[in-house]
Write a protein that binds this ligand. Sequence first.
Ligand code: GRF
Length: 208
Amino acid sequence: MTRETPFRLGVLGSGKGSNFGRIADEIAAVNVPAEVAIVLSDVENAGILAHARDRKIPSQFIPPGKFRTKLDEQSEPAYVRALQSANVDLIVLAGFMRVLKGDFLRAFEGRIVNIHPSLLPSFPGLEGWKQALDHGVKVTGCTVHFVDAGVDAGPIIGQQAVPVLDEDTPDSLHQRIHAAEHELYPKCVAAIARGDISVIGRRVYWKK
Ligand code: GRF
């Protein structure tokens, strides 16, 4: 079924925003049937905000408040309001370094996706590439998943494998995982925007 209005993305990021940039490129190339309605960041000088400005996409820094790893009680409703006013259909976490909690999750239930730099459920949390290297696995990669109340824990939409090489350093492995993310994330967002994804329990099915 074709939608009458474009599928609207709200992107949240704290860092350089290369995944956002890639998704925006794929939208421009008409490979992802969506538009980025708004980009929000908890870091005032984050690269992702500069990227959004360069692309003339509405963007905003919303201070995260007093906590280090989550949004505080003033900040969380400010994020929810900004995303609701932008009428977003899907929230795309692209390097957003804060855990989203109750009211935010309830406001956008089943409509938040994240990308994580490991093959989940292995190596959730920080620096998944380094955890993988330290553990000695031979294959790692990246995962796009729906966000629920756990950390890097929701239903898995897609994964892309990346081999670990003997000569890898954390940096070299991270770079190849990043390249894999840039392929995987736009594909997953496109599938959701097309309505090609269904979720039953923990299983995510792609329309053939
Ligand atoms: C990516 O490595 C992603 O896996 C993690 O945050 C990083 C964001 O990178 N969640 P970028 O800002 O998109 O370049």
